[in-house]
Design a protein around this ligand. Structure first.
Ligand code: NAP
Length: 247
């Protein structure tokens, strides 16, 4: 039997990067995958490429930081699928600035996508989870939640906040048979990390015991494990997928 057979799964920010790799793995394990992303063109292309394998894949355009957009997404899911089994809150953005230069607009923008977006999607998805079947909510944190990072006041605030919310929701939703966990990736090869200058990258890699960047599929493997019944007694946890960076 496939590990996510018949599961209705929603993955935000799955048009590319780690979200896309997770969508591919979930689809290969029998899940129905709803790709919920801001980028319509890439999202539709990703959905149709994954669907070529015979998987059941849908694309819905959403801005996770916009309450009515999140309402439309989950309203459509309720109408078309009736429930949600797994939500992966993967969508996230960076707007780096040192403390001295950070303005409140950049601060608010990153908070609204990476933190408020996770809250709004989780609230809507949890309401559509069936206590009989159980549900899973997975949140994208980051190693920088544990270590801090130069120039990332706003981003680190969100990624640490996500770990806190994960623990709160594990306590609140456990009785409803909903498990809530976070994944904290290290330096993963995606568009998000492509712009990092070579010199900075070399410095970062010196802090990675495995001595290399991670692949999106290596993070997707952690999401797959946590989404599956193999993780049936794991909730409130944060799994680092970082080559040993946080040790
Ligand atoms: P990515 O390649 O930048 O992809 C993120 C996707 O999310 C994009 O398709 C993006 O669409 C979408 N998105 C952005 N804002 C959105 C919004 N408001 N509503 C809906 N979708 C939105 O990112 P990634 O590197 O795969 O990272 C995925 C997650 O892992 C993020 O939460 C990130 O913080 C976390 N993470 C990544 C790393 C890493 O090294 N890559 C490390 C630690 C944690 P647009 O293209 O239209 O913006």
């Amino acid at each position: 039997m496939e590990r996510l057979q018949d599961k209705i799964t929603v993955i935000t920010g799955a048009a590319r990067g780690i979200g896309r790799a997770t969508a591919e793995k979930f689809a290969a394990e029998g899940a129905t995958v709803i790709i919920a992303d801001f980028d319509e063109k890439t999202g539709l292309a990703t959905a149709s490429e994954i669907a070529e394998s015979g998987a059941n894949v849908d694309f819905v355009k959403v801005d996770v930081s916009d309450e009515s957009s999140v309402g439309n997404l989950f309203g459509m899911i309720e109408q078309n699928y009736g429930r949600v089994d797994v939500l992966v809150n993967n969508a996230g953005i960076l707007m780096d600035s040192t403390l001295k230069k950070l303005d409140s607009e950049k601060f608010d923008k990153v908070i609204s996508v990476n933190l408020k977006g996770v809250f709004m999607c989780t609230q809507a998805a949890a309401a559509l989870m069936d206590p009989e079947k159980g549900g899973v909510i997975l949140n994208a944190s980051s190693v920088v939640a544990h270590t801090g990072n130069f120039g990332q006041t706003n981003y680190v605030a969100t990624k640490s906040g996500v770990i806190g919310m994960t623990k709160v929701w594990a306590r609140e939703l456990g009785r409803k048979n909903i498990r809530v966990n976070a994944v904290a990736p290290g330096f993963i090869k995606t568009d998000m990390t492509e712009g990092i200058p070579d010199k900075v990258m070399d410095m970062m890699l010196q802090r990675v015991p495995l001595g290399r960047m991670g692949e999106s599929t290596e993070v997707a493997n952690a999401y797959l494990f946590l989404a599956s019944d193999e993780a049936s007694y794991i909730t409130g946890a944060t799994i680092n997928v970082d080559g040993g960076t946080v040790t």
